[in-house]
Design a protein around this ligand. Structure first.
Ligand code: BG6
Length: 288
């Protein structure tokens, strides 16, 4: 990469790993090149993202928090549980390809022998991150190969909430949903804004382009505006699952939820040779 635009610097993350920082009127964003993982968005209203209190910044290991990328499969591999959960994109070292005219950067990753051993396709991934008063993230999946492939994808965003038990999610009312939590709440009102009352692991299909997450404990509302994301996953592990997760303290479940902007399961995407698919997410934060 020849030169970086104003507001873009190469830095290190808290673990000393290579990272990119964007600074602009929307605050400051830190992106690890491992997994092209947005780790932090320090906005004028405070940190929007969340990471585990025992987050490890180890070589080759994605941090539990920020925005890990899910590709090319969501959750466990469909047939081989020895493959990494949520695919391998979050474990790849991405290259900083270019920076735009403002605080904006594009990271890229492509297939190699190791990825082809797990998933037999040529691919190109581009993640563009741009900071204005909003944070815009666009993931483009390209197919430079000769055969069509299908894949799943998600921007697996961890949001800081202050207290998950006070938070509500708006915009998923009436959207078809399946619950995957081991110990979910009893029947809930699918026409009402989502509240967190137990372990929550819901896949919504046929989502609209706008979801709002309200976090009264932080006096903040976050809007997720998406393009080409037909699935959303809302997740909080509650205490029992938290105890089994890496990077988290026992009470960390109280402080976050994930809302994933995605295309999974019935909304798996197909990318024809020479074609690409772009999913984008614009996050904005306002005081309430
Ligand atoms: C969510 C899944 O997408 O990711 C949950 O719906 C899972 O079931 C969570 O526990 C975290 O996954 P991981 O692989 O980062 O621990």
């Amino acid at each position: 990469m020849s030169s970086l635009a104003a507001g873009v610097t190469l830095v290190q993350d808290p673990g000393g790993r290579e990272a990119v920082r964007l600074v602009g009127k929307g605050g400051s964003v830190l992106i690890a090149t491992l997994g092209a993982q947005v780790l932090s968005w320090q906005s004028p209203l405070g940190e929007v993202l969340w990471w585990g209190s025992k987050a490890e910044y180890a070589p080759g290991k994605p941090v539990r928090g920020g925005i890990p990328l899910v590709f090319p499969w969501f959750g466990d591999h469909p047939t081989d549980k020895s493959q990494p959960a949520h695919g391998f994109a979050r474990n790849l070292v991405w290259r900083v390809e270019s920076s735009g005219s403002g605080p904006e950067v594009t990271l890229v990753a492509t297939d190699d022998a190791a990825t082809r051993a797990m998933w037999p396709h040529a691919f190109s991934l581009r993640l563009s991150v741009a900071l204005t008063d909003t944070l815009r993230i666009a993931l483009t999946i390209g197919n430079p190969g000769a055969r069509e492939f299908t894949c799943e994808e998600a921007l697996h965003t961890y949001f800081a909430l202050g207290d998950v038990r006070l938070a509500t999610v708006h915009g998923l009312e009436g959207v078809a949903c399946t619950e995957h939590a081991a110990a979910p709440e009893g029947p809930w009102d699918q026409q009402a804004p989502l509240q967190f009352r137990a372990e929550t692991d819901r896949i919504f299909q046929g989502t609209k382009d706008r979801i709002e997450l309200r976090a009264p404990a932080l006096r903040r509302a976050i809007t997720l505006q998406t393009t080409n994301a037909r699935s959303a996953i809302v997740w909080n592990p509650w205490p029992a699952k938290t105890a089994r997760l890496s990077g988290m303290a026992a009470d960390d479940w109280t402080r976050f939820c994930c809302i994933e902007s995605a295309n999974v399961r019935a909304n798996t995407i197909a990318v024809a040779p020479g074609q690409s698919h772009t999913l984008s997410l614009v996050l904005s934060s306002r005081a309430v």
